[in-house]
Design a protein around this ligand. Structure first.
Ligand code: PLP
Length: 462
């Protein structure tokens, strides 16, 4: 149980004159700072003793929730368990003490491992070349689109400015295309969640630079028309971009390169054993067909996030050729099991086979007024992280569930039981669900207010 006193802001625990640490007596001559760079008044720093500071941060760290605390079924984010041995490998002094500006002759070993990782990623994705420089998925998307733009421009073809993006796509796809100065054109999905090929046909012409896709898509549905789609886009002169942020369902089973994709990015921090969420560090390697390698842009003067790369390297080697093939099918089995166990009480808008993740459209019984937001908040009371909610935008009450391959049967059964219990509560005591969470450190926040009027500094802080 947390001690509420230490849960307050560190500024609220401040008491004038309290100190946690005394600096040693200055033994150097006094040096006056230039007036234009000195403060006019002292900063309003919290004044606390060491014990207060330790308790404050220790208690706050206990309020955090991560994969190491419990099941984290955040669809499209692949919050799988990151084995600690990969942390240990990446933590090797020979890796952590490297400096990005060290002469190349002193880092030949590290370079060799990065090259080995590139080779493994080429093999896994079916690409001819890989760069490890991009530091996030979105960074990889931008890099990939710059390759595509560079390719078209090298042929003197400047009119290709259109990027086709399915309406189920991850939000970073249209955003990256826009940042790259390209125009986004949405392609509709059909009832079954796959790309509407007829709609696609109407949007193909000689202004198409590329089509961005992910397969299985964000609904967890495999685009069974993929070879036809690739053929159509290639025929009109466009290139195919594969968003491989969530490579999990495909690992060792099938490859974007074999489906006909020309350029891809991966998120090492989702699929390859780097804890993520909270903003980094990440790694979004980009792969392409060998002929496109000369269009790799300089998006980062260094080698990317080397320690994230080393976790991925260790992770791939630890699974090996044999076990990497089990990741996708196990992730798919886990997701399908949850779907089958819950589809009588949660509305399943898209029937049929899905892969590593799937989407419910809230509770089947809408008469209780209990929304997806309420279910998500109630899950926190039971010690589970909520799924991705209100995404994809195709349904009003989306709950996107991705358990990953790392969860045990017991853990998944526990999650299923809790979601069934919440569905029951929605019937018998809807108020209880609508006012959740009841056991979390804070109750429901007004997230519109937080976005519109963020208070990011303590008011008394200048
Ligand atoms: C997470 C994700 C991205 C973006 O990755 P970041 O590292 O957060 O920039 C892109 N596409 C899909 C499908 C994703 O799930």
């Amino acid at each position: 149980m947390n001690n509420k006193l230490y849960d307050r802001l560190i500024f609220e625990l401040s008491s004038p004159g309290r100190v946690g640490y005394h600096l040693p007596k200055n033994q150097f001559p006094h040096h006056e700072l230039r007036k234009d760079v000195s403060r006019t008044k002292a900063p309003a720093l919290p004044e606390c003793d060491e014990m207060t500071v330790v308790r404050h941060y220790t208690n706050h760290s206990g309020n955090n929730f991560g994969v190491d605390n419990g099941l984290y079924p955040l669809g499209s984010c692949t919050m799988k368990y990151n084995p600690k041995i990969n942390e240990e490998a990446a933590n090797h002094p020979a890796f952590v003490n490297l400096h990005p500006l060290q002469p190349a002759s002193t880092v030949a070993g590290a370079q060799a491992l990065a090259d080995e990782l590139k080779k493994m990623l080429c093999e896994i994705t079916g690409m001819g070349a890989v760069t490890l420089k991009p530091c996030a998925g979105a960074h990889g998307e931008l890099t990939g689109l710059m390759i595509i733009r560079g390719y078209h421009e090298s042929r003197g073809d400047f009119k290709r400015t259109k990027v086709l993006v399915p309406d189920s796509a991850h939000g970073t796809n249209p955003a990256s295309a826009a940042v790259c100065g390209l125009d986004v054109v949405e392609v509709k999905s059909k009832e079954d969640g796959t790309v509407d090929v007829d709609d696609l046909a109407t949007k193909l012409d000689d202004t198409v630079a590329a089509m961005m896709m992910t397969n299985p898509n964000t609904l967890g549905i495999f685009e069974h028309n993929i070879t036809k789609i690739v053929e159509m886009v290639h025929k009109c002169g466009g290139l195919m971009y594969y968003d491989g942020a969530n490579l999990n369902p495909l690992l060792g089973v099938c490859r974007p390169g074999d489906m006909g994709f020309d350029v891809i990015h991966l998120n090492l921090h989702k699929t390859f054993s780097t804890p993520h969420g909270g903003g980094g560090p990440g790694s979004g390697p980009v792969g392409c067909r060998k002929e496109l390698e000369s269009f790799f842009p300089t998006v980062n003067p260094y080698q990317g996030n080397f320690l994230v790369e080393m976790r991925a390297w260790a992770y791939i080697l630890s699974l090996g050729y044999e076990y990497i093939k089990k990741v996708g099918p196990t992730a798919t089995l886990n997701a399908s099991y949850i779907k089958a166990k819950l589809q009588d009480v949660y509305e399943l808008p898209i029937k049929g086979l899905s892969k590593h993740e799937f989407v419910f459209n809230g509770l089947t019984d809408k008469s209780t007024g209990v929304t997806t937001m309420d279910v998500a908040k109630r899950l926190l009371d039971y010690g589970y992280h909520a799924p991705t909610i209100y995404f994809p935008l195709l349904f009003h009450e989306s709950m996107m569930i991705e358990p990953t391959e790392s969860e045990s049967l017991e853990s998944i059964d526990g999650f299923v039981a809790v979601l069934r219990k919440i569905a029951e509560e929605a019937k018998t005591d809807p108020e209880l669900v609508k006012t959740a969470p009841h056991n979390a450190p804070i109750s429901r926040v007004d997230d519109v207010l937080a976005a519109k009027n963020p208070v990011l500094t303590y008011p008394e802080n200048p």
